[in-house]
Ligand binder design. Structure first.
Ligand code: SF4
Ligand code: SF4
Length: 275
């Protein structure tokens, strides 16, 4: 979770409507759709700010003179990189939304391979100017706030936008999904059903969505503070998961996020003799 070094200002914007952009890089558009899913509240918002650029909504104006820019998607091509460098210069605040923009997302799985995966997906990958790795936006430019999730929730975006518009520091989640289960009186899926769940090492913010449907968390909100990944991985082994399956639990949507990557790499292949 990031930076929240956002300067809090009494009069954050001038008399004109704040100019807001939602930029898409390598992504599935799911986070933009979460934004659109705000429905009527988005219409109210549209009266208070000017959406200059927001592909899923319609406007595709120039990415210049921006007050707040939300970025969806990971840095996967040279064009992505050039775009975010330019947008950073043009934006007062820059917020990444979703696992792709914040940790590299599912695209970052290719970082675990030697690159041959691209030729399995694209018939002529030579036409795309890929970067060697798929990485989070903050790996290349300073980012003011990171919102995790795959997708993020509309509430997260609205909360961040509201704070920036009012000149206050946006709220940042620190708790784990487990705590959310306790608050919502959701029975622990691991204790009651033996279901492997990443909730003990994952940031909350989703309202413990998966456990509320008797499913284990797969970590889409990224690593929590002080994640005890090793203990949890050993618990998974105790539940009968083989090493490769344990590795896949960590090397999934947020495979590029440090604690998940390190734990997943430890269990890749059969390295039981090293643990
Ligand atoms: S974070 Fe998930 S929902 Fe959002 S753009 Fe990436 S893959 Fe899609
Ligand atoms: S429970 Fe886990 S995987 Fe499910 S939405 Fe929440 S953070 Fe994402």
């Amino acid at each position: 979770m990031t930076p929240s070094t956002l300067p809090v200002q009494k009069d954050p914007f001038s008399s004109r409507k704040p100019r807001v952009a939602v930029l898409k890089l390598a992504s599935c558009d799911g986070c933009q759709l979460a934004f659109l899913g705000l429905g009527e509240r988005l219409l109210e918002l549209a009266a208070a700010v000017e959406f200059v650029h927001f592909a899923e909504m319609g406007p595709l104006g120039p990415l210049t003179d921006l007050d707040i820019t939300f970025i969806e998607g990971s840095l996967s091509t040279r064009e992505d990189l050039e775009t975010v460098r330019s947008v950073r210069k043009e934006s007062r605040y820059l917020v990444t939304i979703g696992a792709c923009a914040t940790s590299g997302g599912i695209q970052a799985l290719r970082n675990l391979t030697s690159g041959e995966s691209l030729s399995g997906i694209y018939p002529s990958p030579g036409f795309i100017d890929f970067l060697d790795r798929s990485t989070p936006v903050a790996s290349e430019i300073p980012v003011d706030l990171e919102l995790w999730g795959c997708p993020v929730t509309g509430e997260q975006i609205l909360g961040a936008l509201r704070s920036l518009l009012f000149g206050t520091t946006p709220p940042v989640e620190h708790d784990k999904v487990c705590l959310e289960c306790k608050r919502r009186a959701i029975a622990c899926v691991t204790v009651t059903m033996g279901v492997p769940c990443l909730g003990p090492v994952t940031l909350t913010g989703c309202g413990a969505l998966c456990p509320s449907f008797n499913r284990g968390c797969y970590g889409c909100f990224g690593p929590s503070e002080n994640p005890e990944t090793s203990s949890l991985a050993r618990k998974f082994a105790g539940l009968g998961l083989p090493p490769d399956e344990i590795a896949r639990r960590f090397l999934f949507i947020n495979s590029n996020a440090g604690p998940f990557r390190e734990e997943g790499e430890r269990w890749r292949g059969d390295h039981s003799h090293e643990r």
